[in-house]
Design a protein around this ligand. Sequence first.
Ligand code: ADP
Length: 481
Amino acid sequence: MNPLRGRLAVALIGLAVAAIGCTVLVRSELASLRAAFETDARIVHRLLSQRSAQQDAVMSMLSLLQSGSGTDAAGRRVASVYPQILDLLQRHGDASWTEPALAAAEDESRRERRAALAGVDFARGRYWLVQAATPASHAAQIDLRGMVPWEEWPMPPETSPVRVILEYAGQQFLLQAGNTGSHSGFDFRKRLATESQPFDVVAARGIRWSDLPWLKMLGWILLTAAALAGLLALERQRAERRRAEELLRLGQVARLNALGELAAGMAHELNQPLTAVLANTQAAGRMLNDEPAELDSAREAMQRAAEQARRASGVVDRLRRVVERPDVSAQLQPVKLEVAINNALYLLEPQLQQLGIKPSLGQTAVSVLAEPVALEQIIHNLLTNALQALAQVPAADRHLDIGVRIVDDKGRLTVGDSGPGIAADVLPRLFEPFFTTREGGLGLGLSLCESLAAGMGGSLTAANRPPRGAVFTLQLPLAAT
Ligand code: ADP
């Protein structure tokens, strides 16, 4: 895979993992916030229901006390124990209430046989509870704020983000302000458990940005980034190792092939002394057979033959470790040119980077018939030569163009560079074995490439290209599609 695309893919995966992790963290945080909110709201509802039930009980008790002893003082004492009772009224016999609203509630209380509501004034935080009884009915004015058992309250009323309201017939009494910063959040609504005081407990909690688990999310993102960085480093290491192995393999093939070239060159060198040996010994034989034998001349000829034989032995010495070049034609198979190019470019990536060269790739999909390693070897050699040529010109003038086309039913690969080009006297000798203009060069690369190309039924040619630089063209038979 293209390394840039690989890195992009890893970055995208990292983003996805970070996003999924953060979503999970936010959801679990919201779930625990909701659970805490619902628990608190239920506790509030229970506490207020208990208090209202307690108030019902106080009203019933007042009626009983009154009907028994008839003393007003006892009732007041009972009421004084409950701080939420602000005022206590009594109505005896035919007397009428000082508060006119209480009469209707008294009728309701008699009808329903329980305390009844009157004069609900949430703006001032009060309401009346009326209990009808004989001989006297009672009315207690309750302070809403005083009715709240703050000591058992499950949240800190000043700082809690939960808003708590009591609602009755469109009136609202705020018990706890909470935060109203956000619209989305949690809601709770439930009527008090006592029939006499049908107030709704309404709780709400907004979600603010500060409620989100930023620290945990940051931790998760850092963890993901660290894991990915580790993965990338590992991958880079593996790629380096693969590159090194690949170079080693190419190097070995190159060495084998170079030895093949060497053998061809040496055979040529051997031919000459061996022919001379043969000629000289044949001449000596003839001279010995002559009547009379020309002993001196024969001796001389034998000496020359021995000299040539020594020269040949020197050549053979150099040939000792010659290895036969592999026959590439036997292993031809369809190869995608662009794959071979990308493999070679991948191997040369460090050099490309070092020289600041970004190859331009005019690519068409072309499959040729080739031996994959030999093909890579040729491309590798051509690219290496091009890089060596480009290293000789200023960085800004370095261009490397690789083209793949089909021309005349052949797959054509061109490697063009903007280097110094090839001198006119060098051009015809370029593919000769051992021809080199580079100091320390073997001069075997191009000759090897040409024989490999020919071995695969193709050709390799070189030319200069205007305004400057060289271009090498490799042609190979197309693979049948
Ligand atoms: P070596 O690289 O060992 O010299 P090669 O056979 O690969 O052997 O190359 C032979 C010669 O061809 C090089 O010494 C160089 O003069 C010439 N040559 C090859 N490629 C290029 C190129 N892209 N630009 C200019 N000269 C080149």
